[in-house]
Design a protein around this ligand. Structure first.
Ligand SMILES: C[S@@+](CC[C@H](N)C(=O)[O-])C[C@H]1O[C@@H](n2cnc3c(N)ncnc32)[C@H](O)[C@@H]1O
Length: 198
């Protein structure tokens, strides 16, 4: 038994060695950032098929949060390839934030496929520091499959509150909680539950 465990451990060490080496050389993070978008674009197709009805329901009332102009200003934090775009209402003004610049070319493709949206800009930044987005400048913040893997969830949520358009505190909390509960319930589920990863 001990010999089996030893051999299994050795196999794991050998398999993981290239990753440790690349990490030691400072290349692992670069490789992940480069290739993750290619993985995500494929994964998103399958995921969207499975979650289409839930996403439609989750995003169905977005237009209700539009400001006095009637135009909905939406910020997507950790936008990835723009997989949520097709669920946003027509005319919606979309700003995207993601710390991985390699998503840009995938975003451009998603924008071309979703002509019903008005794309504003892609900001390369982490959600913990979105200083490029002005205080109270967006009606809605969308964040799916992101919070489970970030460094500082509280800081991101503080930033989310900062950039959201100030309406009455009651409405702000309501809309925020509604989105959070829906997101947790429908999208994060157990796959993306931070407690499962620790
Ligand atoms: C699993 S993908 C989800 C992408 C997209 N939201 C979706 O639902 O398909 C996680 C995304 O979060 C981004 N991300 C990672 N850390 C982040 C952070 N600190 N702030 C904002 N986005 C982050 C990643 O670059 C990646 O695009």
């Amino acid at each position: 038994m001990e010999l089996t465990i030893f051999i299994l451990r050795l196999a794991v060490y050998i398999l993981a060695f290239p990753m440790y080496l690349l990490n030691f050389l400072g290349l692992w993070s670069w490789i992940c950032k480069k290739w993750f978008p290619y993985f995500l674009v494929r994964f998103s197709v399958m995921y969207n098929e499975q979650m289409a009805s839930k996403k439609r329901e989750l995003f169905s009332n977005l237009q209700e949060f539009a400001g006095p102009s009637g135009k909905l200003s939406l910020l997507e934090v950790g936008c990835g390839t723009g997989t949520n775009f097709k669920f946003y209402p027509p005319g919606c003004r979309v700003t995207c934030i993601d710390p991985n610049p390699n998503f840009e070319k995938f975003l451009i493709k998603s924008i071309a496929e979703n002509r019903h949206l008005q794309f504003e800009r892609f900001v390369v930044a982490a959600g913990e520091n979105m200083h490029q987005v002005a205080d109270g400048s967006v009606d809605v913040v969308v964040c799916t499959l992101v919070l489970c893997s970030v460094e500082n969830q509280e800081q991101i949520l503080r930033e989310v509150c900062r950039v959201l358009r100030p309406v009455s505190e009651r409405v702000r909390n309501l809309s925020y909680m509604q989105k959070l509960v829906h997101t947790q319930e429908y999208l994060l589920s157990s796959v993306c539950n931070s407690t499962n990863w620790k």
